[in-house]
Design a protein around this ligand. Structure first.
Ligand code: C2E
Ligand code: MG
Ligand code: MG
Ligand code: MG
Length: 293
């Protein structure tokens, strides 16, 4: 009986694997037309200074209005885009859209106008002439480099460190700031961090999730914050979902926070509207994003 059952589960495993593989292949094929069909959109999520409660930056997050699946997020398709080689052209679309938005906010005297926009970058983009793509796009929209931050996931950084470091140096010297995203999920040593031209560390949300519940995560977050201090870089906690997490981060003297508790990622106009009209964008009033403007 046991044997039968295990054979059943192996069979199930195969079917499940096949299904996922097919889904992935289908997704990659559909992605080829997503750019020309204009199915991508950037959502924007504020980063807030933990002391002043002011919005001090905005992260652009890619969304896909998928014809079959509805609105899907980066988590659902970025890795498929990377594997199929489509992330470079999509990444260029993202950069263009973010800069166009920055220009639009600026031209309309929006309160969001002067804020730096953070763009997520995948390593393949770094190899594909990232500095010149950036240069070209900033020039096209007449945007200062100081308005752009790049977020690069830590786990992907150390694959080809020398090459990545030299490209990031070039970008950093042009005035664009660099953030290490998902910090704590990779294996960066202190010497790696010292060699890279980093301005911001973003603590991965997996450490924020259990903040206050498990003692070890509080210790880890405290250590990352102290390390950021020692390296003289700003430190951001991502994925802040509760009042308790925010209170702990405040007591640990984290610089900036970002997460559903403060504000969901929203389409550009929706974000501007919410911030102008109400404070309801905050899950609770005490962050008070609106009055901080
Ligand atoms: P990330 O850069 O670390 O972005 C944070 C992710 O967490 C986003 O998911 C965001 O929607 C989500 N998030 C924000 N606040 C909270 C919260 O309080 N709780 C929880 N549970 N999640 C929160 P998303 O949009 O699905 O993006 C996932 C990842 O995909 C991003 O992680 C980033 O690495 C990548 N990505 C997103 N947009 C782009 C892009 O334009 N280009 C590239 N290359 N990668 C992108
Ligand atoms: Mg990011
Ligand atoms: Mg992250
Ligand atoms: Mg992430």
């Amino acid at each position: 009986h046991a044997k039968q059952q295990s054979r059943g589960s192996v069979q199930f495993f195969h079917e499940e694997l096949n299904k996922r593989l097919l889904e992935r292949i289908q997704l990659e094929q559909e992605m080829q037309y997503a750019l020309e069909k204009n199915e991508f959109e950037l959502y924007y999520q504020p980063k807030v200074d933990i002391l002043s409660n002011q919005i001090i930056g905005i992260e652009a997050l890619l969304r896909w209005h998928h014809p079959r699946l509805g609105l899907i997020t980066g988590a659902d398709f970025i890795s498929a885009a990377a594997d199929s080689g489509q992330l470079i052209s999509i990444g260029e679309w993202v950069m263009n859209a973010a800069c166009e938005q920055a220009r639009h906010w600026h031209d309309n005297n929006s309160d969001l106008g002067g804020l730096p926009i953070a763009i997520n970058i995948a390593i393949p983009q770094v190899y594909a002439g990232l500095p010149s793509t950036l240069h070209r796009t900033l020039h096209k929209y007449d945007i200062l480099p100081s308005l752009i931050q790049l977020e690069i996931t830590e786990s992907l950084l150390i694959r080809d460190l020398e090459m990545v470091t030299s490209v990031l140096r070039e970008i950093s010297e042009s005035g664009i700031s660099i953030a290490i995203d998902d910090f704590g999920t990779g294996y960066s040593s202190l010497s790696v961090l010292k060699a890279l031209p980093i301005d911001i560390l973003k603590i991965d949300q997996s450490f924020i999730r259990d903040l206050g519940k498990t003692h070890s995560d509080t210790t880890i977050v405290a250590a990352i914050i102290n390390m950021a201090r020692a390296l003289a870089v700003r430190v951001v906690a991502e994925g802040v979902e509760t009042k308790e997490q925010l209170a702990i981060l405040r007591s640990l003297e984290c610089d900036e926070v970002q997460g559903f508790y403060i504000c969901q990622p929203l389409p550009a106009d929706a974000l501007a509207q919410q911030l102008l009209q109400t404070t309801s964008v905050c899950v609770e009033q005490q962050m008070n994003l609106h009055s901080s403007f």
